[in-house]
Design a protein around this ligand. Structure first.
Ligand code: PLP
Length: 498
């Protein structure tokens, strides 16, 4: 399996190089030149397998330059017993007779980013030992909250790596902030920026693609790589859990082999839902991919009109990991749906950069319409959904998951589509205690601090707070720096010189 770039389809690299570099040198994203297939028989066989076995099989189709021993080492390490608090790793919770909640937050940082970021450090160290054996890898991350912590946790004290994380100062929840600012490890750095997530992401992308920066790093024996979902090594582990969820639906008797399911995904950077698209193209019987957004509804508009326009108000919402107006992974979808038209993709991305908008052609839009449904939900609707789901099912969901549930309910209301559905649940509710508690008991949070609210949420709902969040109480932050977005490059070199 070889990989090409969304902005230059003449490029051919192996997966190790795609993962070690993160982004292609002309600014495009790496994608496999074809999508491997799995048959219904394969799926049936995987029903009786563990998550680790399922992961090995799916990853082996994409990472063909990794030996079997290397893949074993990576996957066994990432999903080893005890790393995830549920032995199924990504279990399904039955909400009602039509909808299953795919809980992707059983990992060490309680958000779905762990699904990929527990594996990525293994993939990256194996990949760089193949494609850049003498280099120290510098991981640069822009985060809307969850990626930062999950990446820090995945990469802390991994030999021959350093990791630096930038987050928007006022754009993450107090728990997310505390998780990052208290991070341990000798090879880690964390810095807030004055700006929003898109500023952080654009800043990181600019540093990444700056030739002078790359040369300077080279002279220090280092090279950048990315732990954001622009890195193929982030995306490929996410395909696994959609295959796995289908197997679990079969195992639970919710569907018969070959039956179609719908998938609903609370979306920000378009990584998670793109992984579901890959699973569908591989052969998992998925009918509709439902893209759920919060008040930042740029994707809802795009998927229903073909016009992408980031020139709009930016909202800081109670689902901060989806507060994004530039969804990077959409570029991969456009490349695939335009039959690998690198020129068109480059043109659209340049327009997005220069004018803040672009429109895809009709052929691409027709494909989008056939594959996707999209909807959005504001903070009020999000809180109402948390309350309703709790009242009706005694199930507590976080703010991001609630956006997906709300959009799913709307979709069913409008279409009367009764297809069994998997709703991706992306974070533990205790990461967003204030909003979740206020949703189930409006007004009660007044005067409470973060950990009063954790306790309050437990008292009111009976849900358990994961120990790794509860234990943050009283910890002193280690990283308190905040910089201007123009100064990010200087901060990078300052952190690297330590
Ligand atoms: C990152 C994140 C999302 C958005 O996922 P994308 O792959 O960026 O679309 C949704 N919910 C939570 C909790 C997240 O951390």
């Amino acid at each position: 399996m070889l990989y090409t770039s969304t902005r230059d389809k003449s490029i051919r690299v192996e997966s190790a190089e795609a993962i070690a570099h993160g982004i292609s040198k002309e600014g495009g994203l790496f994608v496999p030149v074809e999508i491997p297939k799995i048959s219904l028989d394969d799926i049936q066989r995987l029903v009786n397998c563990s998550y680790i076995e399922r992961a090995k099989e799916i990853l082996s189709l994409y990472l063909t330059d990794f030996s079997e021993e290397e893949l074993d080492y990576c996957v066994n390490g990432a999903y080893a017993e005890g790393r995830f608090s549920d032995k199924k790793v990504a279990p399904l919770y039955t909400l009602n007779d039509k909808a299953e909640i795919l809980e992707l937050w059983k990992g060490p940082t309680c958000a779905f980013k762990d699904m990929a970021l527990q594996l990525l450090p293994y993939l990256l160290t194996v990949a760089s030992s193949k494609s850049a054996p003498d280099k120290e890898i510098v991981i640069l991350v822009a985060t809307s909250g969850d990626t930062g912590k999950a990446a820090l946790e995945g990469f802390k004290d991994v030999p021959k790596t350093k990791i630096l994380v930038f987050y928007p100062e006022d754009g993450v929840s107090p728990m997310q902030k505390l998780q990052m600012t208290t991070q341990e490890g000798a090879n880690v750095g964390v810095c807030a920026i004055e700006g929003n997530f898109d500023d952080a992401q654009s800043g990181v992308k600019k540093i990444f693609t700056d030739k002078a920066v790359a040369d300077k790093l080279e002279s220090m024996g280092m090279m950048f790589s990315s732990a954001n979902s622009i890195n193929w090594g982030r995306l490929v582990p996410q395909i696994v859990y959609y295959v796995s969820a289908y197997c679990d639906m079969l195992e639970k008797g919710k569907i018969k082999l070959g039956d179609e399911i719908n998938v609903v995904v609370p979306t920000g950077n378009f990584g998670n839902i793109l992984a579901a698209y890959y699973a569908k193209e591989m052969g998992v019987p998925i009918k509709k991919l439902v893209c759920a957004s919060n008040a930042n509804d740029v994707l809802t508009e795009f998927l229903s009109t073909g016009n992408y326009n980031r020139k709009r108000d930016f909202y800081t919402t109670i689902s901060p990991s989806m507060d994004i107006l530039i969804s990077s992974n959409l570029e991969r979808l456009l490349f695939l749906l335009s039959d690998m038209n690198d020129e068109a993709v480059s043109k659209w991305m340049n327009e997005l950069n220069a004018e803040g908008k672009y429109s895809v052609d009709e052929a691409v839009f027709d494909k989008i319409k056939a594959l996707f449904e999209a909807g959005c939900c504001d903070d009020k609707g999000t809180k109402a959904t948390i309350a309703n789901v709790f009242d009706e099912y005694k199930y507590l969901c976080d703010t991001h998951t609630a956006v997906a549930v709300a959009v799913y309910n709307d979709y069913v209301h409008v279409t009367a589509d009764e297809t069994p559905t998997v709703i991706a649940s992306t974070a533990n509710p205790y990461k967003f205690s204030a909003s979740v508690l206020d949703a189930v008991r409006p007004g009660i949070t007044e005067g409470m601090d973060e950990f009063d609210m954790v306790l309050g949420l437990h008292v009111e709902t009976g849900a358990e707070c994961p120990p790794q969040l509860a234990n943050l109480k009283g910890k002193t932050p280690r990283f308190t720096n905040c910089c201007k977005k123009e100064d990010m490059e200087a901060v990078v070199f300052e952190m690297l010189s330590k």
